[in-house]
Design a binder for this molecule. Structure first.
Ligand code: FES
Length: 88
């Protein structure tokens, strides 16, 4: 049976849980072996095993909601997304 499409769950005060059929890539397009079918990606910036979560968010008291807290700007975002892959 095929894996379901990928989903990302934003955990309150914690990581992003990535499940389903996905490919994890570096910014340069190199594939990263996630080692498992569900991975937790760090969003607190304090993990020692980035991009994966190692639980440090709990020790540092990271706080962030699960749901969006406001409107996203239509343009002028502060960070540029990575360049699209050639097969996108
Ligand atoms: S979100 Fe878990 S260590 Fe950063």
């Amino acid at each position: 049976m095929d894996d379901p499409a990928a989903s990302v769950t934003v955990c309150e005060d914690g990581p992003l849980l990535l499940r389903g059929q996905f490919t994890l890539l570096t910014q340069d397009g190199e594939e990263v072996d996630p080692g498992r079918r569900t991975v937790a990606l760090c969003r607190c910036g304090r993990s020692a095993i980035k991009p994966f979560c190692d639980g440090t968010h709990k020790m540092v008291g990271f706080q962030a909601p699960s749901a969006p807290t406001g409107e996203r700007p239509l343009s002028g975002a502060s960070a540029s997304p990575p360049a699209p892959r050639s097969d996108d």
